[in-house]
Design a protein around this ligand. Sequence first.
Ligand code: ATP
Ligand code: MG
Length: 246
Amino acid sequence: MVDMELKLLYEGKTKRVYSKTPELLVLEFKDDVTAMDGLVKKTMPGKGAINAKLSAYLFKHIEKHGIETHLVEYNGDRFLTVRRLEMLPIEVIARNYAYGSLLKRMPLYKKMQELNPPLVEFHYKDDSLHDPLITPEDITYTGLLTSGELRWLIETTIKINNVLSELFSGAGLKLVDLKVEYGRDRNGRLILGDELTGDSIRVLDDKGNHLDKEVFRRTGDIEALRTAYIELCNRLGVDVGDVVHG
Ligand SMILES: Nc1ncnc2c1ncn2[C@@H]1O[C@H](COP(=O)(O)OP(=O)(O)OP(=O)(O)O)[C@@H](O)[C@H]1O
Ligand SMILES: [Mg+2]
């Protein structure tokens, strides 16, 4: 458990961020589910705990494959202790199949068309602008990253995508796409932060059913989402029986 005397630094749509030490933060995963840049919001009891535990599991898995992450430890329930980073205001997306906003942006793609090698996209994090697509040049010319750092970011995101694709495929699942966020540590080094959950990846079972937030985007059905999220954990062998109440 976590000492809730910790100072709340920031509350986002799905997580609260607390200060633990000058170097460490605690992330609390909320039970809130949002869609349409936060316009639609519901609560799914147990979601925070499922996502915290799954994130910890997936971060540990990619660490084993040589990718550094901000994870320090899973504290049980809804809490992760992580390294304090200065987050970049961008989302990095890797797509193995055409889906979601890609189809809206570029209608010539066929839905679920395979993208091999994976397509990497950048979005500027700003809900009021609906997280617009930006170019690699936007990132280097505005000084967010050097071109060397940008190359590292692309390579690392593809590596994460490949490691997770393999993990999921071993569980009979298909990784459609994923979204990751990076930040800098106090020495300016880039490290993977944020979360890896059904909110940030799209994953299909062998029948083509979504085990991710798409269930909620489509139907707004919290019970269906709970079933999908628990199934995702079960498939990966992540036991959430102890953290899901209600
Ligand atoms: N290691 C970390 N250090 C500092 N901040 C972090 C770290 N990991 C994640 N964060 C930030 O914490 C916040 C978490 O809140 P949440 O995911 O609810 O974000 P949000 O910005 O409201 O929604 P979204 O990012 O999904 O649009 C985000 O701004 C995220 O970038
Ligand atoms: Mg977020």
